[in-house]
Design a protein around this ligand. Structure first.
Ligand code: NAD
Length: 356
């Protein structure tokens, strides 16, 4: 079968890291469908801007006829769906876009893929994969001593974001069970690494610290999250695409549970060493506790035993090595951060990128 794959949302944080690694490893042509919302940034893809193996298409996963056209034209062996509205706080203030893209958009994407898949020869139908990238947040919140989420943990999403992702997971599951579509779903913990939009905790703290701004911590900061370096997540997705059992779900995690406050203090100490404040004080002094997020989940933890034992995937980075790479990346890419913060990245397409 043709080696081309289609990814959606490949101008965002995880999608862009996935595209860059795919091209770097020479895995074949990759068509990247992205709506370029505020979170989509073609500057993330500048390294592959002129690479003929990367074909960028500006569009919406909810545009079923566009997706059908792309499928007919490129005849991919897989579709990997990263596209989503992904920020919990934004979902609390304005859930509509989350329902539109994560639920309705995923539905239209699935419909277009179902028609394409049905049109393939029997052999190609067997080889085709639809991989849906999802989150551990669909499982809800854990108590301090509860066992980590396995793939059979009941769904209990608590935010409009996680509820919309849970809905999309259910649609994907239904397309496998009802139509026999060869789907795979991955539920991953919090990612961190290069190209992360500075509204999320780690890049926000690095940016605010260097800009002399307060480092906002929700409530006590004792909410626990599991953290995974983004390149390890991308490697896990490639592994699931290659060897996952159709219809199955794989949890992906870093075995790195940490309270938010610890993450922030770690970042402050690293910056104290790498880029000391002019007044000689610690960045820790900039920490400012703010009112807790509505319905804030206390703890997420992933049990990634299934993907580790069945598919032999393990993260390469520890939290210490991953966070070191991440902080260094932000320090070396202050222009990228400045363009995002100023909104200049929105003009990137017009200035630098020729759409094909
Ligand atoms: P992101 O917000 O950085 O990027 C999302 C991308 O999707 C952007 O490029 C945006 O332009 C694009 N997009 C949004 N709506 C679209 C639409 N209707 N059609 C086409 N493109 C659209 O998100 P991310 O952090 O890279 O997350 C990617 C996926 O991984 C999401 O599905 C998210 O739920 C999931 N996930 C994220 C994390 C995390 O820690 N960031 C963890 C687990 C799972």
């Amino acid at each position: 079968m043709n080696k081309t794959i289609i990814v959606t949302g490949g101008a965002g944080f995880i999608g862009a890291n996935f595209v860059l690694a795919w091209i770097k490893q020479g895995l074949g042509p990759i068509v990247n469908l992205d709506k370029l919302t505020y979170a989509g940034n073609l500057e993330n893809l500048v390294e592959v801007q002129h690479n003929p193996e990367h074909i960028f298409v500006h569009g919406d996963i909810g545009d079923q006829s566009l997706v059908a056209e792309l499928l007919a034209k490129h005849k991919p062996c897989a579709v990997v769906n990263f596209a989503a509205e992904s920020h919990v706080d934004r979902s609390i203030h304005g859930p509509a876009d989350f329902i539109q893209t994560n639920v309705v958009g995923t539905f239209h994407l699935l419909e277009a893929v179902r028609a394409y898949w049905g049109s393939l020869s029997l052999e190609n139908r067997k080889d085709f994969r639809f991989l849906h990238v999802s989150t551990d947040e669909v499982y809800g919140s854990l108590g301090k001593t509860d066992a980590a989420f396995t793939e059979t943990h009941p769904y209990a999403p608590n935010s409009p974001y996680s509820a919309s992702k849970a809905s999309s997971d259910h649609l994907v599951r239904a397309y496998h069970h009802t139509y026999g579509m060869p789907t795979l779903t991955t539920n991953c913990s919090n990612n961190y690494g290069p190209h992360h939009f500075p509204e999320k905790l780690i890049p926000l703290v690095i940016h605010n610290a260097l800009a002399g701004k307060p480092l906002p911590i929700y409530g006590t900061g004792h909410q626990v999250r599991d953290w995974l370096y983004v390149e390890d997540h991308c490697a896990a997705i490639r592994r699931v695409l290659e060897a996952g059992q159709v219809g199955e779900v794989y949890n992906i995690g870093g075995w790195n549970e940490k309270p938010n406050i610890e993450i922030v203090k770690t970042l402050c100490r690293m910056l104290d060493e790498k880029k000391p404040r002019e007044d000689g004080k610690s960045y820790i002094d900039q920490i400012a506790h703010v009112e807790d997020r509505l319905g804030h989940d206390q703890r997420y933890a992933i049990d990634a035993t299934k993907i580790a034992t069945q598919l032999g995937w393990k993260p390469k980075e520890t939290f210490e090595t991953g966070i070191e790479k991440t902080v260094n990346w932000y320090l070396d890419h202050q222009d990228w951060v400045a363009n995002v913060v100023s909104g200049e990245y929105r003009h990137w397409v017009a200035k630098h990128y020729a759409e094909r």
